[in-house]
Every structure is written in C-alpha cells, then in structure tokens.
Design a protein around this ligand. Structure first.
Ligand SMILES: [Fe+2]
Length: 287
C-alpha cells in the first residue's frame, strides 16, 4: 500500500497526458486479448457496459470523458488513486458512488501478474458493470455495508462477499454459467479457468455461506459462487441485517476452502486438481 496519503480521500488527478505510448499499447493489447475471449463467456451486461461507456476506443481511457457517460447512466464516477487505499477510504468512495481506480498501468513484462490493481484491472474489469443499474446499486450498498462493518470489526468477513461477487463472481446465463467478477474478466488465464477447468467447485451463492468461506489471493480460485441475477445480489444484500449476522457468525468456524456442504447448490463438483499440480500466478488484490 502506498504510504503517503496524497489527499484526505486519496484521490489524485488522472493526468491522462502522462501515459506513454507504451502504456496505451499495453492497454490495447490487454483490451484486444480480453474482448476476443469474452463473448459467450461474460455476462451480456458487461459487454453492454463496454459499449455504452465507449470503452472500445483505443488507449487508456480518459476518466473525464468516461465519467460524462457513467454519471449520466447511473450516477457513478471513476476517481484516480495511486494504488490500494485504506478500507475506510475505499468504502466511503463506494458509498458515494465513486470507484477508485489505480492510476498506473502494468509494464509489458507484467501482462499476466500484478500485485496491485492497475487501471486495466480497475477500469476494464470493474467499470462496465457500474453502468448496470442493479449492479451499480449493489456496489454502493457494499460501500455502505463496509462502513458499518468497520464498527463491528467485521471487515475480514465482509471482504469475502466482495471477493466472491465483485471480483470472482459467476452468474447463471441463458446458456449456462457466465463470468462477471472483475478479477476474472481482467485475467486471460482465469477467464478460461473459471468456466472450463475441472478443478474448482462452482456452487450456488448464499450470503452467509460466502461470509464463512476463506479465499485464495495467490492462485486461481478453488470455489466460485453463482448468483441467479444482479437483482438477487442487490435484494439479498439490501434485505440482510448484517449486525446480527456478524454476531451469529462470530463464533462459527470458517468452512474449509474446498469443502462442499450438504445444502450447497452444486453446479460442478471440482476435483481440485489445479491446486495439487500448479501454482499459477494471477492478478489478485484484497479490495
Ligand atoms: Fe478489483
């Protein structure tokens, strides 16, 4: 994490002119690679967001221009930050419909592995769904929930909800499962793995179940959780009283990461073969 806060809310000017030709080429390369792969694999709402936000223009997006369209669609905007920001700052931004995006892009030799989220992960991965009304409302509700979780000392538990939805979520589509989590959508390797691999479990999403499930930050996921719809995600999150839930779960043991419970809806029962054979780096971060 960057140690010096540049301003109270950690935002900095994007200074679009500072991106080099190499920076823009890296964006274009990653963009082309992912957009060739995504149709038929990603939730259609994501592709719709890319189009409606004019993100198909070449080069690193200019946030001012992007925000003109995003604000008009859902009232969200993207703000530039130097890297990961403190939890309270992150939640406050989300609660006010601002998405903090890393203001740097990976080097050409880092296309498949990065420790901190860059502008490709943050903007390509996260922003298209912010153009979707239900998902936009969910992200704000998550930010508001995060601010409350600070009072309950429950950030570690709540972060599992973000991880298994916003970053690594799957959704039921008309033709089977589809990806929507930004950690998958912005990763070439995990876009394949999350849908095609025999290794991970793919289980029905239940809020309290997810809050009890640890996750991996150093490899592809061992579990993916499948929502029925963005409306379901929003409705359950808004209707859940998290205070009593945190208290109920406080003494409950975590569910070991690859375990399938008798009442889990099972889409695929993973053989966990990837865990046994490989340590594939991926683009992951805790926010
Ligand atoms: Fe992310």
């Amino acid at each position: 994490m960057t140690e010096i806060a540049p301003s109270p809310d950690w935002t900095i000017p994007q200074d679009w002119a500072h991106y080099s030709p190499t920076d823009h080429r890296v964006w274009d390369h990653l963009f082309d690679r992912q957009t060739r792969l995504l149709p038929g694999r990603v939730a259609p709402e994501f592709l719709d967001g890319l189009k409606r936000l004019d993100l198909t223009r070449p080069g690193v997006p200019d946030f001012a221009r992007l925000n003109d369209q995003l604000v008009a669609l859902t009232g969200w905007q993207v703000v530039a930050v130097p890297g990961l920001v403190p939890d309270a700052v992150f939640f406050d931004h989300l609660a006010n419909r601002r998405f903090p995006a890393g203001n740097f892009i990976r080097r050409p030799d880092q296309l498949d592995y990065l420790q901190e989220p860059d502008v490709f992960h943050d903007v390509f991965g996260h922003v298209p769904l912010l153009a979707h009304p239900a998902f936009a409302d969910y992200m704000q509700a998550y930010g508001q929930g995060g601010l409350r979780a600070l009072e309950y000392n429950a950030i570690a538990r709540l972060s599992r909800l973000y991880w298994y939805t916003v970053e690594f979520g799957l959704i039921r589509g008309r033709d089977g499962l589809a990806i929507y989590g930004a950690g998958i959508v912005s990763s070439h390797g995990e876009t394949h793995f999350a849908l095609d691999s025999a290794s991970p479990n793919r289980l029905g999403w239940r809020l309290d179940r997810v809050l009890q499930t640890p996750y991996r930050i150093d490899d592809f996921q061992q579990n993916y959780f499948v929502i029925d719809s963005f409306d379901q995600l929003l409705k359950v999150t808004l209707e859940t009283d998290f205070g009593p839930l945190y208290q109920r779960l406080a003494d409950a043991p975590d569910i070991p990461i690859a375990t399938i419970l008798p009442d889990d809806p099972v889409f695929t029962r993973g053989d966990q073969s990837h865990v046994a054979t490989s340590r594939q780096p991926a683009c992951h971060h805790p926010n």
